[in-house]
Ligand binder design. Structure first.
Ligand code: KG4
Ligand code: ZN
Length: 334
């Protein structure tokens, strides 16, 4: 069978990324240009600034990609792009670039949901065995997804308010840490002790999550301690917060794994870079004889490689777009 080469573009937030992936699982080359240092100055991503930088970067990123892969656009079979969810202005730049390439070079245009991309980053780790559960944990999502077969998504539950990455970033800001706060809290929690008592959010039988109460509990605790003139031990508070997050995520996810009797658990999204989350799921999956796939750290946060992996399977399912493709700021997976 002929090899299929996908050129994928991802610009949903503050990374301008392009990648070439062969047959949905072999990365040929990837370029990721992050704007993190620019947005750090504002304590979070500024949408208008992000889209301006995508415009400046996209052509350079595509040129660098083809050079790095030592390939020409004629060698490419499919053009894939993230159409949502994400920042409208940012998505628009990637979509416009993808449409232009698809039109000029007469290639099929494959629209990819950002979260499908995160899940399919796991193709770089191993083959999927169905049925499976995927826990998607990022700055915008906290979802438990059931997959009966390839490229079919059934959401069992998700966050009712803040996403887990959003809670990390907001708690970090209260603690005076830089954006993005997730990696900083993760680092501090490795040296901290679980000394602060925080509530376990939405501790019920559903597959839903709620992180805004936990975030508020941390903010109240900091305010109360400050008003009493007590010093906060930041690393202990980080460890206490992370402990509750890990317990909540593992409890509900492992319940779904057992209830649906799945063969595999996939973890996906930026927060899957978290050291305690990785460790705890490894332990629990080995105890419960369930195979675990987690992307290598560099493929946990936003990148176009994951979009290239997903596109191969989307194409096989007949998912192709015409040139009316528009960005979507919100969109349910499946
Ligand atoms: O998937 P992603 O790159 O972008 C979205 O689609 O949202 O995820 C970014 C999120 C941020 O909230 C960031 O703080 C979080 O992932 N994150 C982490 C870690 N690394 C990144 N959260 C906890 N621990 C980490 N090590
Ligand atoms: Zn993401």
């Amino acid at each position: 069978m002929k090899d299929i080469y996908v050129l994928a573009i991802e610009t949903s937030c503050d990374e301008t990324s392009a990648s070439i992936v062969m047959n949905g699982s072999k990365e040929i080359a990837t370029v990721v240009l992050t704007q993190m240092d620019i947005h750090k100055l504002y304590g979070g991503v500024v949408p208008e600034i992000a889209s301006r930088h995508h415009i400046e970067n996209i052509t350079l990123v595509l040129e660098e990609l083809l050079q790095k892969a030592n390939m020409k656009i004629d060698d490419i079979d499919l053009i894939a792009v993230t159409y949502g969810p994400g920042l409208i202005g940012s998505l628009l730049i990637g979509i416009q670039a993808a449409k232009t390439l698809a039109l000029i070079y007469n290639k099929p245009l494959i629209p990819i949901h950002h979260i499908a991309g995160h899940i399919y980053a796991n193709k770089l780790v191993g083959e999927f065995k169905f049925p499976l559960i995927s826990l998607v944990i990022s700055g915008g999502h906290t979802d438990i997804i059931y997959m009966e077969n390839e490229y079919s998504f059934n959401k069992l539950g998700g966050t009712l308010d803040d996403a887990v990455g959003e809670a990390y970033d907001k708690v970090a800001r209260v603690l005076g840490l830089e954006y993005p706060g997730g990696p900083m809290i993760d680092k501090l929690s490795q040296i901290g002790k679980i000394n602060y008592k925080l509530p376990m959010p939405l501790d019920d039988d559903s597959y839903n999550f709620s992180f805004s109460g936990l975030k508020s509990a941390v903010i109240n605790l900091v305010n109360n301690e400050n008003s009493r003139g007590n010093k906060i031990v930041i690393e202990d508070l980080a460890a206490s917060f992370q402990d509750v997050v890990v317990n909540t995520l593992t409890k509900k996810t492992m319940k779904a794994v057992k209830q649906y009797d799945v063969k595999q658990l996939l973890i996906a999204g930026g927060v899957s870079a978290n050291s305690s989350i990785r460790e705890e799921f490894k332990k629990l999956c080995s105890e419960n004889n369930v195979e675990l796939l987690i992307p290598n750290i560099q493929y946990c946060t936003d990148n176009a490689t994951m979009i290239g992996c997903a596109a191969y399977y989307a194409y096989k399912k007949g998912i192709v777009s015409d040139y009316s493709l528009n960005p979507k700021s919100t969109d349910n997976l499946g």
